[in-house]
Design a protein around this ligand. Structure first.
Ligand code: MN
Ligand code: MN
Length: 465
């Protein structure tokens, strides 16, 4: 096993490539803080690289052929990119998967109220967060308000340096004696994650004047009414850009790296493809953090349907062919792994930990306790991946998420594995996973990008049943 980091192997030229790639990633991370924003930004980029929506190809009555680049997007939150290969899709696809939703605080459907001369917003947290980490810090509001007239108002408040931010208060230590005696999970309770949004009363109003002032501002600025919150998706996220981290700037700190740190190099690897033997796919999904549920989560049939539609548009469709296409596929299901943390060595087992700077992390299995809930990848499949990565000089390491019985976690891998395809979990190691600001190594982000390219170009099929 390699004890060295990839930093020691880089030439000056390679180092420059790492920093350049990660600077673009940093911009993406600063800009895209919701699943919708990720889809929108990625579509802009891939369309500039020749990708077209399946809808528009259908409308023109065109059929798909090798070399075509096409995408299917569901509700603006989940996206599948296809680069059509020379072989029939029946022989399987090379699939890169990652998720683009991240833990955050969603506004409730009836959020606005006034208490003690302060206008407040009720939230409901999304995903597995340590609630005490989300108070006493600047938050931004991102999302959409859908109105009855079919218009959709986009909101991004708190990102521009001149924008105001919002936030959630915490108790002063002087009065926090009882609070500090509570268990960590109860120090801040879910129902207390209320956002302060204003404090000036509307002149001449007796009842809830501060709330009325905020409603007035919402009307003036966004042309929305209080009842429009009913059909809104507004997410409170940490405000401000991702930053370079460390005196040597070898790392990045930013919100939502779980799992955009895998989504970004995945779709960028697709753009590096020229022509391909097997159809290559990048699958960027929503709702992983709450169990991959809903129409835009991985448990939905959208991907299976998209594959059927693509095969149909390529004049290569039958029910059986779709099943074969899925079963014969190979997938890297990318999600973040826990990076070794010198502050918390007791939860790690060193020989099977992911370290910063050692490349893409492979998890043969995830899950908890006796591998419960995991997709345990096939040894022969792992051997083929090792070969491809080694031959293409992409650094990787293997790890488990912490010591046995310490905890655990899940990804989307097992859902795709239900088709009988070959799937393995891999991803970039992060520190502070699910905290408002997560940390990654730039070398790992870049090695992931290299590894994904090697996988797309070189993974071969296995024998059909
Ligand atoms: Mn994740
Ligand atoms: Mn997560």
């Amino acid at each position: 096993m390699n004890e060295k980091t990839v930093w020691e192997t880089y030439t000056e030229e390679e180092k420059e490539k790492v920093f350049d790639f990660c600077e673009e990633y940093r911009t993406f991370l600063s800009k895209c803080k919701t699943e919708r924003e990720c889809v929108e930004e990625i579509l802009k980029d891939v369309e500039a690289h020749g990708y077209r929506s399946l809808k528009s190809i259908r409308k023109e009555g065109k059929s798909l052929k090798a070399g075509d680049k096409v995408y299917v997007s569901i509700m603006g939150k989940t996206l599948a990119l296809f680069h059509i290969g020379r072989k029939s899709m029946e022989e399987g696809m090379n699939i890169l998967g990652a998720h683009i939703d991240s833990p955050r605080l969603d506004l409730k459907q009836n959020p606005l109220y006034e208490d003690g001369g302060q206008a407040m917003l009720e939230t409901h947290y999304y995903g597995g967060i340590k609630k005490y980490q989300w108070v006493a810090m600047p938050l931004a509001l991102h999302g959409v308000v859908a109105k009855k007239d079919d218009s959709v108002v986009k909101i991004t408040l708190g990102e521009d340096a001149l924008d105001p931010v919002v936030g959630i208060s915490d108790l002063l230590p002087h009065l926090g004696k009882k609070q500090m005696e509570k268990k960590g999970s109860e120090v801040i309770e879910g129902e207390d994650l209320n956002i302060l949004i204003g404090s000036i009363p509307l002149a001449g109003e007796e009842k809830e004047p501060v709330k009325k002032q905020i409603l007035q501002l919402l009307k003036d600025k966004y042309n929305i009414e209080e009842t429009d919150f009913i059909s809104a998706e507004l997410e409170a996220v940490p405000a401000g850009p991702a930053r370079n981290y460390g005196l040597d700037e070898s790392m990045l700190i930013g919100y939502g790296q779980d799992d955009r740190v895998c989504a970004y190099p995945s779709y960028k690897a697709m753009l590096e493809l020229t022509d391909t033997e097997y159809t290559c796919v990048c699958l960027l999904v929503d709702k992983e953090e709450i169990g991959s549920v809903g129409a835009t989560g991985m448990h939905s049939r959208f991907f299976e349907n998209a594959v059927a539609e693509i095969m149909d548009a390529a004049g290569d469709y039958s029910e059986l062919k779709v099943r074969r296409a899925l079963q014969n596929s190979r997938m890297l299901s990318s999600d973040v792994s826990a990076a070794y943390d010198p502050n918390y060595p007791s939860v790690m087992e060193r020989k099977n930990s992911a370290f910063f700077g050692k490349g893409l992390t492979f998890n043969k299995f995830t899950g908890s306790r006796g591998k419960s809930g995991s997709n345990d990848a096939n040894a022969e499949y792992i051997a083929r991946i090792r070969k491809v990565l080694d031959e293409n000089n992409a650094a990787f390491q293997t790890a488990e998420l912490g010591r046995v019985d310490e905890g655990g976690g899940g990804t989307i891998a097992y859902i795709l594995a239900n088709y009988g395809m070959e799937v393995i979990d891999c991803g970039v190691a992060v520190q502070n996973m699910h905290a408002p600001y997560e940390v990654t190594s730039k070398a790992d982000v870049y090695e992931a990008f290299k590894g994904y390219q090697a996988f797309l170009k070189n993974m071969g099929g296995r024998k059909l049943i």
